[in-house]
Design a protein around this ligand. Structure first.
Ligand SMILES: NC(=O)C1=CN([C@@H]2O[C@H](COP(=O)(O)OP(=O)(O)OC[C@H]3O[C@@H](n4cnc5c(N)ncnc54)[C@H](O)[C@@H]3O)[C@@H](O)[C@H]2O)[C@@H](O)CC1
Ligand SMILES: [K+]
Length: 507
């Protein structure tokens, strides 16, 4: 399923109307009928509804909804804002039909009393065509609706007052219980603050032919099994551990061994055949007491129990065995860290995942990434992203999708910008957004688990464009399964334990 900008949606609509010859009126009828259906399914008994309609096509959808609700026996009135002469031809047609049907239709007086007495308020004021800060009277009206409404609020396409592409609130926005959107999700459904206004999200088909979407594919998709399912086929009965890849994890300095252990265990649960944990030499013993399954490789260490910046004598001999490398879990900072990381990035020909201090060491020296032979995956949280791009955390959070794509394009990497609705961006500008939030994952160690899963998927030989969305999905799904008792109490190690069931659920 795709995720559109306002322009991409307009292009799909236009192509359908102009090139396929399917009239805009049909699309509007389908949109309004499907939105009405969502209400009728939720409320099997007739209700009292107030439809607030703008003069654009979003308002047109509102008139269609009013007609279908009235036909189902609901008590409906429509209050429109703007002049009838300025309505689009489709909207004016459906306005006329409502009048002919005897549905009460009045110009611009959505009083607080009326809104307060409605069981259902339909917000069809503004959709993807909104431009700039809200003008009156809509701004005041929306504030009134949020204050006075005690019933259920359906937002048509997007909550009125949010910017479709940036997720900004343009002064005031409708707080909805349900948003029914057409043909594809829109960016504002997954970007804050707008995402907090939409309530539940339902994407409905309005009859845009699949061929139209194939010929004009939007740049972003929602993370769905169709993107990666084929990579989870059962293991061959003839396979051995060497058939499933070998991941090297570099990290685990003193006081942070747990991070490397979590990544290692997560990678094994994600199906990699072997994992080696490369840690500062002095940490080998403590780590061996902690983990059983991963191999442990001591690297030259410095005085503080961290890496010294030198490579082990057997580096050149052992390096070719690894099919992917994860750098960062519990890595810490150390002298000569920059040349150490540069050498790794230059010499490792296989996919590399960089996280935590791996990213911090990289900051200010990103151009080295352009010299890499294999794929590079960066998994920053917003703070790390801000450091990488040299901007504020606020700037990253107010434009998560753009920050992710900016980094991906500039340095030819795959970016995984973590947080609610993780954004994945590929070097060619395509994006995948993970449509679920997993509050259980907001816990120390959770990022190390994700790094391990991604490293494991890449080490198994799954191509980066599938491995990364798949890994993000498994992490989130395992987090949800681990939270059966309470999201408060989930540990990163619990997430690892649930990876098997997350894989099983997909298959
Ligand atoms: N053929 C199509 O294009 C289809 C469009 N559909 C609907 O049409 C919507 C897009 O329609 P439009 O492009 O007509 O745009 P909208 O209906 O979203 O908004 C345009 C209207 O809002 C007013 N407006 C814009 N910015 C404003 C501001 N800052 N303050 C106050 N008023 C403002 C404009 O004067 C205009 O009347 C979609 O969200 C969807 O609901 C659906 O009917 C499906 C088919
Ligand atoms: K709306």
């Amino acid at each position: 399923m795709y995720l559109c900008t306002a322009q991409e949606m307009r292009d799909l609509d236009r192509y359908t109307i102009d090139r396929m010859g399917l009239p805009g009126m049909v699309l509007m009828e389908n949109a309004g009928r499907e939105a009405a259906r969502a209400l009728l399914e939720r409320f099997p008994e007739a209700k009292k509804a107030v439809v607030l309609a703008g003069s654009g096509n979003n308002g047109g959808d509102g008139f269609v909804i009013a007609r279908h609700l009235a036909a189902a026996g609901w008590e409906v009135s429509v209050h429109y804002f703007g002049q009838v002469e300025k309505m689009s031809p489709e909207t004016r047609t459906f306005y006329g039909v409502c009048r002919q049907m005897g549905i009460p239709v009045a110009g611009g007086n959505g009083s607080e009393e009326l809104i307060g007495n409605a069981d259902v308020v339909v917000d069809a004021l503004l959709g993807t065509g909104v431009r700039g800060e809200l003008r009156e009277p809509l701004r005041t009206l929306i504030r009134q609706v949020n204050r006075a409404c005690r019933g259920f609020v359906l937002a048509v396409d997007v909550p009125s007052g949010v910017d479709t592409d940036t997720g900004a609130v343009l002064g005031e926005a409708i707080r909805a219980d349900l948003t029914v959107t057409f043909a594809a999700a829109k960016w504002c459904h997954f970007l804050r603050p707008a995402a907090e206004y939409r309530g539940e999200l339902k994407v409905v088909d309005i009859g845009i032919p699949p061929a139209v979407v194939e010929q004009n594919p939007p740049r972003a998709r929602l993370n769905r099994p169709s993107l990666w399912e084929k990579h989870l086929s059962p293991r061959s009965p003839w396979s051995h551990k060497g058939s499933h890849g070998h991941l090297l994890v570099l990290g685990g300095s003193r006081g942070m061994l747990g991070a490397a252990a979590l990544s290692g265990m997560a990678s094994l649960r994600a199906g990699v055949g072997m994992t080696t944990l490369g840690v500062p030499r002095g940490q080998e013993g403590p780590l061996a007491a902690k983990v059983t399954e991963p191999l442990i490789w001591g690297w030259p260490d410095g005085p503080e129990g961290c890496f010294s910046g030198e490579f082990p004598m057997d580096w050149e001999e052992r390096a070719p065995r690894f099919t992917a490398v994860a750098i960062g879990p519990g890595l810490g900072r150390f002298t000569r860290e920059k040349p150490w990381l540069e050498r790794l990035l230059r010499e490792v020909p296989v996919p590399v995942v960089l996280d935590a201090d791996g990213l911090n060491i990289l900051s200010g020296n990103l151009s080295i990434l352009k010299q890499r032979q294999g794929a590079t995956v960066l998994t920053p949280h917003p703070g790390e992203m801000a450091r990488l791009l040299g901007v504020s955390v606020g700037e990253v959070e107010s434009s998560r999708h753009r920050a992710a794509v900016d980094l991906a394009r500039r340095y030819g990497v795959t970016t995984v910008l973590k947080g609610t609705f993780t954004v994945i961006a590929f070097p060619d500008g395509r994006q995948v957004i993970h449509p679920e939030s997993s509050p259980a994952l907001a816990k120390a160690g959770s990022g190390d688990v994700l790094t391990g899963i991604l490293g494991g998927m890449l080490a198994r030989g799954i191509p980066v464009e599938s491995a990364v969305p798949l890994g993000v999905h498994l992490h989130s799904s395992a987090g949800r399964s681990a939270a059966v008792d309470s999201a408060h109490s989930v540990l990163a190690s619990d997430v690892i334990h649930h990876l098997g069931s997350a894989i099983h659920q997909i298959r």
